[in-house]
Design a protein around this ligand. Structure first.
Ligand code: GLN
Length: 301
């Protein structure tokens, strides 16, 4: 495995040259583009990694996986009265479908959907950010902290997300104050974790809802299946088809350059390389996951 990971790093790093580090959130623009890490953790407790796998980076939309997990864990299927779970086929921050669909977001992994999930979490937890950080710290095995500078940077430049919340609120789809929802959303996106920590958090989804890290049963088998399914169909936005085609795993990406992936019954993975392709997914990250499943034959297909 270590030999494979070294070959992946060697061959896929260069793909980063075809991408661009996100700069619409100024704090993210300063991340060195050459960073690369890939971590593979097995349910048996083996841990393999290459690159800067202990370095924390901004998890951004990877947090949408955990926001969904927290909501589903408390609310179950009733959550779907508030939003859909179909692929959007549109960029992650698009407003287009919302008007046609009466302010109901397509799925929890585009920004509009995650903002609704944030709104829901205020009804389920007294302090949802604290609940999220506690969950992540327990499931990753070490502290998950918010980077205040990134959160502030996004809040100051988050006109698109502000537009999304206000627009949905105008349809009665957001119950709490827009500023409160945005603040929580930006802080969740600004959490910093390492690839190795994130690979750990995916083990719970590989293990049908029972965490080998914390020992806790967080979801039912069917809820874990459903989160994995939504990751596969919606986790990488309008590139979900391309990811299914090339990687064949439930994945969730973020504009910090991280992508998490699940191999059910076997492994949790995370790759990090900051430059993004046109769909907002890590260019080298996609190449690395493609090479991993192609060489090992470990995909769900
Ligand atoms: N915080 C980012 C935003 O709202 C998250 C987007 C992403 O990672 N795709 O724009």
């Amino acid at each position: 495995m270590n030999e494979l990971l070294s070959r992946i790093a060697e061959q896929c790093r260069a793909e980063a040259d075809n991408g661009k580090v996100a700069n619409y959130i100024p704090a993210l623009a300063n991340v060195p583009p050459e960073k690369f890490a890939l971590a593979v953790h097995t349910l048996q407790g083996e841990r393999y990694a290459v690159g800067e796998s202990e370095e924390a980076f901004s998890i951004q939309s990877v947090s949408k996986t955990f926001l969904l997990a927290l909501a589903l864990q408390e609310m179950g299927e009733a959550l779907w009265h508030r939003l859909g779970r179909e692929p959007s086929g549109n960029p992650f921050n698009s407003l287009m479908q919302l008007e046609r669909e009466n302010g109901v977001p397509r799925n929890p992994f585009i920004n509009a959907g995650a903002l609704v999930v944030c709104d829901v979490l205020f009804d389920l937890y007294q302090d949802p950010l604290l609940a999220l950080q506690q969950w992540l710290s327990e499931e990753s095995g070490s502290m998950a902290l918010v980077d205040p500078e990134t959160a502030q940077s996004e809040l100051e430049h988050g006109d698109r997300n502000a537009a999304l919340v206000h627009f949905m609120r105008s349809y009665g789809r957001i119950n709490h104050r827009a500023e409160r929802v945005l603040d929580f959303y930006c802080r969740a996106c600004a959490i910093k974790m390492s690839t190795s920590q994130l690979a750990n958090t995916m083990l719970i989804l590989a293990n049908h809802g029972v965490s080998p890290v914390s020992g806790k049963k967080r979801f039912t088998r069917s809820e874990a299946k459903r989160i994995n399914a939504v990751m596969l169909t919606c986790g990488t936005y309008d590139a979900a088809g391309e990811f299914a085609y090339r990687v064949g795993l439930p994945c969730k990406s973020g504009v910090g350059g991280g992508i998490v992936a699940v191999i059910p019954n076997k492994m949790g993975l995370c790759v990090w390389s900051p430059p993004l392709d046109q769909t907002g997914n890590s260019a080298a990250g996609l190449a690395a996951l493609d090479m991993f499943t192609t060489e090992t034959g470990l995909s769900i297909f």
